[in-house]
Design a protein around this ligand. Structure first.
Ligand SMILES: *[C@@H]1O[C@H](CO)[C@@H](O)[C@H](O)[C@H]1NC(C)=O
Ligand SMILES: *[C@@H]1O[C@H](CO)[C@@H](O)[C@H](O)[C@H]1NC(C)=O
Ligand SMILES: *[C@@H]1O[C@H](CO)[C@@H](O)[C@H](O)[C@H]1NC(C)=O
Ligand SMILES: *[C@@H]1O[C@H](CO)[C@@H](O)[C@H](O)[C@H]1NC(C)=O
Ligand SMILES: *[C@@H]1O[C@H](CO)[C@@H](O)[C@H](O)[C@H]1NC(C)=O
Length: 426
């Protein structure tokens, strides 16, 4: 009798296991968070940056140093029919004599202060003015990045009501050496920050050559200086290998160079709502850092060493390119290895996933807009020839997505600095 019961129990257990093996094991759902909308499809050049104005105008940039076919223009306005038009004009996008100066040996990026050479970022500031950040750098057809010439690296302000340039700040080689790569920029227009009262810009130098820093700019005088130079917080991690869509990624072009690690330095940058803290990351690692902005603005003889001492390590928040802040003081950034965008709360030190989608192919740049949406480009950066044995595996269209921000988050606004003559108004 006992023998029969034991046999029966064993038979029942086997049946149950057989039924279980027919069920599907759970799997990664791949998606998470609010609805993801397509805002623009890029069928022409390869974009990195995105900037959305208060009235909803959209601008992108197309760096020729990272995609040699980005030639016809390097900044454009986006239209709802998925077309782009050079901005602020076709002429300013076409340096006379071309983007490369072949008179120099070896060739260099053109030294043209009044023309755009190779733009890596476009940003609408808190007063609704568009700023264009030119690296001055270009690549040859085989992907070799050339150094910049004076007149190439610069910051250009455009008045969006007239579509005209109101400010050009050309960086000298102490602020932007020939092998610098001015990557992304954030603005604080508070008049109290400088004697000029015109506000300050903070720029990352992500140079793959390893001379990395944060560049600080007085928007009134145009003076610019470097901070956090060549320290681990601004340089790529040694031996960094991201895994994207299941594939380990190396620098792997056809130029006869040895296969290298992904070595982009300080890249993404975001300001706290009150402007007191700068958050930054490299795109050659997963760590997030912060520094009090007062330490960056300091010009005293001890300023660099005090700034280094004030850098805070905030933990790993995933591989990111751009970063962005909203009015809730949340810091958004891609978690590129996870096909997601994370949301870091400085008040708690906690990273949460905001949105996740298998169509995310490399979250490049993020822009919070006045409509309460986060706009971001997905540009397949890692499928470019420089990472794929010289074969360009990128597939058009590249995509601009947008997602509604949580808890009413919006773009941070500030008044335009008083550039007129206040004496005359009395
Ligand atoms: C797309 O829209 C822009 C702006 O309205 C317009 O100038 C352009 O002609 C349109 N292009 C096409 C192909 O429809
Ligand atoms: C090109 O390089 C030559 C030689 O250095 C220099 O004289 C010239 O000003 C440069 N032109 C531009 C547009 O950068
Ligand atoms: C790539 O182009 C540069 C500049 O034209 C040239 O110096 C270099 O030899 C080229 N490299 C290869 C592998 O063709
Ligand atoms: C580098 O590119 C070559 C040529 O396409 C390829 O055979 C090799 O597997 C690549 N190596 C890595 C580490 O990606
Ligand atoms: C403002 O106007 C006064 C009086 O006309 C003049 O002396 C001063 O230089 C002006 N300041 C600026 C910044 O234009």
């Amino acid at each position: 009798m006992i023998h029969h019961i034991t046999a029966l129990v064993a038979a029942l257990a086997a049946t149950a296991r057989a039924q279980q093996s027919q069920a599907q094991p759970i799997s990664d759902p791949g998606t998470y968070g609010p609805q993801v909308e397509i805002a623009h499809l890029y069928y022409d050049e390869w974009p990195t940056g995105i900037a959305v104005s208060r009235s909803g105008r959209m601008f992108s940039n197309y760096p020729p140093a990272l995609e040699p076919t980005n030639q016809a223009y390097t900044v454009a306005e986006l239209f709802s029919n998925n077309t782009e038009r050079p901005y602020p004009s076709a002429q300013i996008n076409s340096p006379p004599g071309g983007r490369i100066n072949y008179t120099d040996y070896p060739p260099t990026g053109a030294g043209t202060p009044n023309y755009l050479v190779g733009v890596q970022s476009v940003v609408v500031d808190p007063a609704d003015r568009l700023w264009i950040l030119d690296t001055g750098r270009v690549a040859t057809q085989n992907g070799t990045q050339l150094t910049a010439s004076y007149g190439g690296p610069k910051l250009i302000g455009v008045d969006l009501t007239t579509d005209t340039i109101f400010k050009t700040i050309v960086f000298d080689p102490t602020a932007a050496p020939a092998d610098s790569y001015l990557n992304d920029v954030r603005f604080d227009l508070s008049p109290s920050l400088t004697a000029s009262g015109q506000g300050v810009a903070y720029i990352t130098d992500s140079s793959s050559e390893g001379r990395n820093a944060i560049v600080v700019v007085d928007l009134g005088t145009g003076e610019a200086w470097r901070r956090l130079m060549n320290i681990p917080a601004t340089q790529a991690d040694e031996g960094f290998v991201p895994t994207i869509w299941g594939q380990p990624v190396y620098m792997n072009g056809t130029t006869g160079m040895p296969i290298g690690n992904v070595n982009f330095g300080a890249d993404g940058i975001a300001l706290s709502v009150d402007g007191s803290t700068l958050f930054f990351k490299t795109t050659g690692g997963r760590e997030m850092y912060s520094v009090p902005t007062a330490r960056l603005r300091d010009r005293s003889p001890f300023a660099e060493i005090l700034a280094r001492g004030a850098v805070g390590y905030l933990g790993e928040t995933g591989l990111s390119d751009g970063l962005e802040t909203d009015t809730n003081n949340m810091i958004y950034g891609g978690n590129i290895e996870d096909n997601s965008i994370g949301m870091y709360n400085p008040a708690t030190g906690i990273l949460q996933t905001f949105v996740r989608d298998p169509r995310f192919s490399w979250t490049d740049t993020l822009s919070v807009a006045a409509d309460g949406y986060l706009y971001f480009t997905e540009n397949q950066l890692w499928l470019g020839a420089g990472y794929q044995g010289g074969v360009n595996k990128r597939v058009k269209p590249y995509v601009l997505f947008r997602v509604k921000l949580p808890n009413g988050g919006m773009k941070i606004t500030q008044s335009a600095p008083d550039t007129g003559n206040s004496t005359m108004r009395l």
